[in-house]
Design a protein around this ligand. Structure first.
Ligand code: SR1
Ligand code: MG
Length: 390
């Protein structure tokens, strides 16, 4: 039948055709699309006891419409990433009930009893002890298992080839890792930040450092990444009294530098800290970089004795982790910058009553992280830097 764009009214028949829903009960459907690229529907029975989510990739960027075409094949990358994540961290992703490559649609567990981490933080929640720890562990588990430490050489080459995701990598190379430092129609910012936006475009040293990070992103095939690990790609909540963390939306997944996943998470945590500081609601926000790094490092070191290639010795592990740390800081800096003067901004800042001061601080912090990433050798130094900015 070919690819068809699903509308709300199509979902009940679609779920039945695909064998995801039997019985004749009424299926209620609501569209809950929230991200920049895709559509998401939640289907439920009349009692609300049975629910499923359907995510479909459109042939364009959802928030831009047909003027920004984008192949719906990105859903293949997402389905592949979920397969890998299900192997290493099944409890930290939604249950996947099926993938329909023809319609670029995933049918999965409905997570609407949970809250998007960004939304929860924006509404005043703290991170608590589990979220960043779990994210750090997840990045370690996924990256170790899909690196040259977790897979043999031939398996790695096959993974790299199978995980190519050129269109979405190009989006990142553009909107995160170059456009904000150039004149580009995608860029926009608050008028109060005109001076900094102009400075960033004119700063040749900054541009060279971003070029270095961009090239690392393009060539540093260390491990399979989530690829877009911001606080809008994480759900949190409680089920049966226990904390729940679920990572979703891995459509930007590809084999790249591990620091890109950590860096995105860190930047979004740092922005949440700026919001909390601006509102006077800061609690554990500023500690999340440390918590996630320690969890990542501990889990990676725990897995290290299981590596498939022992030519990589313990001294190399120390060097490797140091490199991941430094690159993570640099990528965090680029994520901060693009979220304030690039295409896609963050509600953490845009919904503040007076967004300019916090946005300025985050922008300055981003530049410092990019320029001084090799000198910032621990989380305490990053925290002091963030607190020192006026
Ligand atoms: C055109 S897409 C812009 C951003 O949305 C996605 O969530 C990614 O973060 C991407 O960079
Ligand atoms: Mg997304």
């Amino acid at each position: 039948m070919g690819y068809r764009i699903l509308e709300t009214a199509d979902i009940p028949a679609y779920l039945r055709e695909r064998g995801h829903w039997d019985g004749s009960d009424d299926i209620g459907v609501r569209e809950v699309s929230d991200g920049n690229l895709n559509r998401v529907f939640v289907a439920s029975d009349s009692a609300g006891t049975r629910t499923l989510a359907v995510k479909q990739a459109l042939p364009w960027v959802r928030v831009a419409g047909p003027s920004w075409p984008l192949s719906p094949d990105r859903s293949d990358a997402e389905a592949r990433a979920y397969e890998q994540l299900a192997r290493v961290a099944p409890g930290t992703i939604p249950a996947i009930h099926g993938y329909d490559p023809e319609n670029h649609a995933l049918v999965m567990e409905d997570l609407s009893d949970l809250r998007v981490l960004r939304t929860a933080l924006n509404e005043g929640a703290a991170y608590g002890p589990d979220t960043s720890r779990r994210i750090g562990e997840l990045v370690a588990q996924l990256s170790f298992a899909t690196s040259d430490f977790g897979l043999d050489s031939a398996g790695r080459k096959a993974l790299i080839a199978a995980s190519a995701n050129p269109e979405l990598c190009k989006i990142t190379e553009d909107v995160v890792l170059s456009e904000p430092y150039t004149e580009h129609e995608h860029n926009h910012w608050l008028p109060e930040l005109d001076d900094l936006a102009a400075e960033f475009r004119a700063d040749t040293r900054l541009r060279t450092e971003v070029a270095d990070l961009r090239h690392t992103f393009m060539t540093g095939a260390q491990a399979l990444l989530h690829g877009d690990l911001h606080t809008g790609s994480i759900m949190v909540g409680e089920r049966e009294g226990a904390p729940v963390v679920r990572v979703f939306d891995p459509e930007f997944s590809f084999v790249g530098p591990i620091g890109f996943d950590l860096g995105l998470y860190w930047a979004n945590a740092l922005v949440s800290a700026e919001r909390a500081r601006a509102l006077g609601t800061a609690s554990d926000h500023a500690d999340q970089l440390r918590v996630s790094w320690e969890a990542f490092e501990n889990e990676f070191r725990r897995l290290w004795p299981t590596r498939v290639d022992t030519f990589f010795d313990d001294a190399y592990l120390d060097r490797f982790l140091r490199r991941v740390w430094t690159e993570s800081l640099g990528f965090a800096g680029t994520e901060l910058v693009r979220r304030i003067i690039g295409f896609a901004h963050l509600t953490d800042l845009t919904t503040l009553p007076n967004p300019a001061p916090a946005s300025r601080r985050a922008l300055l912090l981003g530049r410092e992280l990019i320029l001084h990433r090799t000198e910032l050798t621990n989380a305490r130094a990053v925290r002091s830097l963030a607190e020192s900015l006026v």
